[in-house]
Design a protein around this ligand. Sequence first.
Ligand code: SF4
Length: 178
Amino acid sequence: MTDAELLTLAGELGFDRAAVLDTGEIPLEPAFRKYCQDNVCGKYGANYACPPDCGTTEEMARRLRAYRRALVLQTCWALDGQGAEQIRSAKASHNRMTRTLLDRCGGGLMVGASGCDVCSPCLRPAGEPCRFPELRFSCMSAYCIHVAKLAERCGMTYYREGTVHLFSLCCFDRLEEP
Ligand code: SF4
């Protein structure tokens, strides 16, 4: 698909904003890994797509840069007072939309708005193998993507009071084996 076709499809699927970048333009900040280790989201060591299981910061960067082009996708959600449950639901919707877009394009690498939620719960805590390795996706944080800088680069709003802005990527044009 051309860049223009990708942007049109993103709009048709309901994304609020979208932009196409070279993966080399995606700002990475390996020091952000410490935020995963702080485990505020509860997925550190509890999800195969999250640190430490997903790989080192270097391995994640290589996985991303193994694709040439990235479609940056944003949805914006006005907060309605439901708190964490609304955000969880919004992330799940955003991830489903991202998967749909990737499937419509014939595949690629998905970077989600949150850690992999294909199974509930993930089988990592039970010590069982990942059930759907071909559908597994890591989140922006697991790749140490500096989302505020990325949003600025794409001309997208990163923060506005009363609104949650969610981001994901679909990466295309494989250059090498990740
Ligand atoms: S596909 Fe299922 S088992 Fe595999 S990482 Fe995702 S949630 Fe966990």
